[in-house]
Each structure stands twice: as structure tokens, then as C-alpha cells.
Design a protein. Structure first.
Length: 278
């Protein structure tokens, strides 16, 4: 591979971060760093690690110690993904609401396609003993799974990171040297993949302002009962996480919410005034 091709592989991978939540064993952090560097990834974010720093991290990194200097430490998952446009939460278990679920290979291709459009991507890995919580998985656009042997589907977090990083690199290599397929279906898919957004996509931080506004509007028009919301807020997250709003759509919808709130509050005040004057 020449330097030009190497740069084309590395550049989109620079937009992908690995996020590890509440990691207990420092050795897993070191092993994750080695897995990342082997496949050309460099950004690791740790969410409230149990033990950090630790000599085991340096020992297990084995040649990837330079990545340690660039590790970002944050207290919450929201902070780790706030500037991301696309988030994958890793999960091997079924949840209350089926979320858009992708095997690791198509997930990697989806991530790399977004990365080539300058989007920031996060792949989130949970705790060694229990993975990610339902609340944390609800912050993701997609759930990512590795199709393991059902009779012994045991991967520790560092092994899972190695598999995901490998698939990301293979997806990046495929973009540099794509497999030629002239079928109509593949050509249409390729056209869809190369479409450019006319507006930048919103970040996770912006969406965390969007959902409370939406829910407040629904409450004010008495569509949502805040004391018994059932699964509606979660379903809304799933819907808009799958859509991925751009900046114009985001401001348009928030403007609609504000207008609906204004009309609802005005109608309510007028009704109250009329009742008072009777």
C-alpha cells in the first residue's frame, strides 16, 4: 500500500473513537490500546474507569504506549459522545425495546461511510461484568453485536474491541479498493452511500437538548403523561436516533415544538379566563 492509500485508510479512522465505560481491569485498557493501534485507530475515551492510571495499562499496551498520552477521561457517557454524530452501543443481550441492530461488519461499513463525511463516530463498550445499561444503550443510534458461537459466546471487552477495530480497518481498506459490482442494487446502494448532506448533522449533545423539549411539548398538549410516560420517550429516541437530523431539520422541529407550546398555552389561558368570567 502506498502512502496515499495509507492516508486514505487512516483519515476516516481518525473520526472514530472507542469508548470504554466503567472499566474495572486496567489490563483491558492496555489491551484495547494495542488492538486499536494495530488497526490504525488512536482515540480512546474512558468513562469513569475504576482504576486509572495503573502499571498494567503500560505493560499490556506493548508498543502502543504513545496512545496513552491521548486518552480522554470523562465522568459520564454523555460527555464522551457529546460531539458525535453517530453512536454504536455494543450489546449481546435483547432489551425491552428492539433497537436498530447491526452485526459488526455492516456496522463498521456504516461507521466508515459516515466518517468519510467528516462525522464523529463513537463505538461504546460496557463494563466487564454487565455491559451497558438500558439507559446508556438508549443514547446510541444503533446497537452493535458480534455474531459469536451461541454455545459459547464469551468475549472479554478487549477481545470485542479487537474484533470491532479489525472490521473498521477492513471497511476503510474496502473504501480505498472497493470490490466492483455492477448490479443495479449495488449501484443504487453506492449512490446512496456517496450522497452528501447539504447541512451538517447534529451532535449527540444537541439531541440531548432536543428530547426534553419534545417531551415538554407533548406534556403541555397532554399527549404525554409525565407521571406515566410508559415507553414513549424511549421510542422517540429510537425514532430520531435512526433518522439522524441535520441542522436545518433540527431547528425546524424545535421551532414547531415552540409554536405548538405557545398555541397550547394560549388556548389554555384563554379557556381558564373564559371559565373564570362565567
Amino acid at each position: 500500500m502506498n502512502q496515499f492509500e495509507q492516508n486514505n485508510v487512516t483519515k476516516p479512522l481518525d473520526h472514530v473513537r472507542i469508548v470504554m465505560v466503567n472499566t474495572t481491569l486496567p489490563a483491558n485498557i492496555g489491551s484495547a490500546l494495542r488492538a486499536m493501534k494495530t488497526m490504525g485507530l488512536s482515540k480512546l475515551v474512558l468513562v469513569a474507569p475504576k482504576t486509572y492510571p495503573h502499571p498494567d495499562i503500560d505493560a499490556l499496551a506493548a508498543g502502543a504506549q504513545d496512545l496513552i498520552e491521548h486518552i480522554e477521561i470523562v465522568e459520564t457517557l454523555e460527555q464522551a459522545i457529546q460531539d458525535c454524530h453517530l453512536v454504536f452501543g455494543t450489546s449481546a443481550r435483547s432489551r425491552t425495546i428492539p433497537w436498530p441492530l447491526l452485526d459488526v461488519r455492516p456496522a463498521a461499513k456504516e461507521a466508515l461511510q459516515a466518517a468519510t463525511q467528516q462525522q464523529n463516530i463513537a463505538i461504546v463498550f460496557g463494563r466487564e461484568d454487565r455491559g451497558l445499561t438500558n439507559e446508556e444503550l438508549a443514547l446510541a443510534n444503533y446497537h452493535l453485536t458480534i455474531p459469536v458461537n451461541p454455545e459459547y459466546g464469551v468475549l472479554n471487552v478487549a477481545q470485542a474491541i479487537q474484533v470491532v477495530c479489525y472490521e473498521l480497518r477492513m471497511a476503510a481498506l474496502e473504501q480505498v479498493s472497493p470490490v466492483v459490482d455492477t448490479s443495479n442494487e449495488q449501484m443504487q446502494l453506492k449512490q446512496q452511500q456517496t450522497m452528501q448532506w447539504d447541512e451538517p448533522l447534529v451532535t449527540q449533545q444537541q439531541m440531548e437538548e432536543f428530547y426534553p423539549h419534545f417531551e415538554k411539548m407533548l406534556t403541555e398538549i397532554e399527549f404525554l403523561d409525565p407521571d406515566n410516560p410508559r415507553l414513549l420517550p424511549l421510542r422517540l429516541r429510537r425514532l430520531f436516533g435512526r433518522i439522524q437530523l441535520d441542522r436545518m431539520e433540527y431547528h425546524l422541529l424545535r421551532g414547531v415544538f415552540s409554536r405548538v407550546q405557545s398555541l397550547a398555552n394560549g388556548s389554555w389561558k384563554k379557556s381558564q379566563s373564559e371559565d373564570h368570567n362565567k
